[in-house]
Write a protein that binds this ligand. Structure first.
Ligand code: FPP
Length: 251
């Protein structure tokens, strides 16, 4: 075993530059990601769409771990929308199986101290998936690191409609309804709104994602397909976030 001083010095310099970079910038509190482009990535590599989702699931884990490492407070990822049921049954089954595999993986994020929560209308999901989700949430409830929301069968309009129904069912008088009343009845109740929304794959839309919560979010779009999305792309996006001038309707 040889010791290479130049290698060691390079490592120290790179680490201290990374530390300095992290110290001097503002991290968003809550990043939300639309994990798009799995299908096109698979096509590009002459693979079935299911392989794109497998690669996308790996990227999801890598990026969640990286967000935890840099000290991000909240990350919300769009894994399956209320509209995704329209896809061929085989593809829906593939995505559900990936979710199942992820949930069964006992290691998951336990050793990473990541707190997991599933948001969306979970009712129509398979019973075993619902049970595993509950177990995952229970098992990570005391984690103090990244708070990770995984949106499954999630739709922003569906979420707002459900909130309105709940408010009405609770008998709240119209004059007592405020914006906070609505926020408090969303899946994200008690969390800060996402301040940064990332959508790779060259699409420039929200696709029914966190439409109430993203009223004042900053957006970052890129042509990178989700399976190719690396921590350095996240860093690039955060650097861009730091250059934004957020006025929230003021001057
Ligand atoms: C969008 O790409 C992606 C989805 C609808 C599924 C996202 C699922 C994963 C990343 C894997 C499962 C996640 C977990 C949490 C284990 P697309 O299929 O619309 O791609 P395309 O627009 O290129 O066709």
């Amino acid at each position: 075993m040889f010791f290479h001083p130049p290698d060691f010095c390079v490592k120290v310099i790179v680490m201290s530059l990374f530390k300095k970079k992290c110290e001097n910038r503002i991290l968003p509190r809550h990043i939300a990601i639309i994990m798009d482009g799995n299908g096109r990535w698979a096509k590009k590599h002459s693979l079935p769409r299911s392989s794109g989702h497998v690669a996308g699931a790996k990227t999801f884990k890598d990026i969640a771990r990286y967000c935890n490492k840099i000290g991000l407070e909240y990350l919300t990822v769009y894994a399956f929308s209320t509209e995704n049921w329209k896809r061929p049954k085989e593809e829906v089954d593939n995505i559900m199986n990936l979710l199942r595999d992820y949930l069964k993986d006992a290691e998951n994020f336990k050793s990473d101290n990541i707190k997991v929560k599933f948001i969306g209308n979970l009712e129509p999901l398979a019973d075993d998936i619902k049970a595993l989700m509950k177990k995952d949430e229970e098992g990570s409830k005391d984690a103090t690191g990244l708070k990770l929301n995984i949106a499954v069968n999630y739709g922003g309009r569906d979420e707002i409609t459900r909130a309105v129904k709940k408010i009405v069912a609770d008998g709240v008088k119209p004059e007592d309804i405020t914006e906070d009343t609505v926020s408090d009845n969303l899946y994200t109740a008690g969390m800060p709104d996402p301040d940064f929304i990332i959508r790779p794959s060259g699409e420039y839309r929200l696709s029914n994602y966190l439409i109430w919560q993203s009223a004042y979010a900053e957006y970052w779009f890129s042509d990178i397909l989700w399976p190719d999305f690396k921590p350095r792309h996240l860093e690039e996006a955060i650097d861009d976030f730091n250059r934004r001038n957020r006025r929230f309707g003021g001057v």
